[in-house]
Design a binder for this molecule. Sequence first.
Ligand SMILES: *Cc1c(COP(=O)(O)O)cnc(C)c1O
Length: 371
Amino acid sequence: MTETQKFIPVAEPLLIGNESKYVNDCINSGWVSSLGKYVRDFEQQFAGYCGGKYGVATFNGTVAIHLLAATLGIGPGDEVIMPSLTYVATANGIRYTGATPVFVESETETWNIDPATVEQAITPRTKAIMAVHLYGHPANMDALRAIADAHNLWLLEDAAEAHGATCNGRRVGALGDASIFSFYGNKIITTGEGGIIVTNNQAWAERAYFLENQGRYNTDPYFHPEIAYNYRMTNIQAAIGLAQLEKIDHMLAIRQKNAAHYNQRLAEVPGLTLPPQAGWATNVYWMYSVLVQDEFGPTRDELRAQLRQAGIDSRPFFYPVHTLPMYNTGQSLPVAEDLGRRGINLPSGATLTPDQVDYICDTLISIHKAY
Ligand SMILES: *Cc1c(COP(=O)(O)O)cnc(C)c1O
């Protein structure tokens, strides 16, 4: 069996820097819980990387969304507008507060929230717009900013899939009023499990820190004036994250190179729509994703089964959240639904080699030709 014939995963973490050195430092020093220098360093450096002032690290991305909503005082009776085509955590994190996620359409250009449909969904109960930078391509933040400002709404970013992506040359994460990231094992950089809130708003950062620390002030550790949470990141997670952040440019470059290679090999294949790349954005290709159109031959799911037989892992796109049982609104969002049906994520991690990309493309092309 040659290297390229082994099972190729969709994503795999690349841990080639100071991860073990920093983790060992946690263990040798005894600072394995959520106190310790790596947490504060990671918060500051990651926020700085995004162009933001404050970072509040959490134990995963989902709780970062809940913590952000709780920090803003979002709750029952409030509405937050978001794209339906996203990972379920975007909706769940808002729903945990009792607020209502309001789902809107995706645009064909970027596969992200369609600003025109946001405007139509605003009601007197709307508190915020939550943009999601799906699969690594930024949402149209300029258009969303104009709408948010015109209606006096907060603009939030779920940037869990887009560390380092840019809009008009500025990194995501500090383009909205606050953002969240995930550091799950398959994300652009990882802490195992992990998340963070990034914001320029000092009062929000302090409030988030208070709420994730069981509602305590440093001056009086057992006086808890409110029901709050333990959502803290551990020093071990942050140690891994700091080492990952040192290598983020390297890891982004690998993804860009692999995506360019995929694009070049797949451009002429009939019935495949390649990933978005708006002129004003850089896509970090968290996932290298294509749409399987009817002209390709086999359906998306038939293609996935054949790739699997050739040792190539893939993922279907998310189900648009408005079609999941607990959120089923009976809405019709044809663009999001079509993307959800046709989209496939091909192997995309930073461990992927050019030979593997060639093997995946050869396999895709032969599946098309055999049909
Ligand atoms: C990964 C992800 C999250 C958060 O996920 P966790 O697994 O809880 O860290 C949130 N939103 C989106 C869009 C994601 O892809």
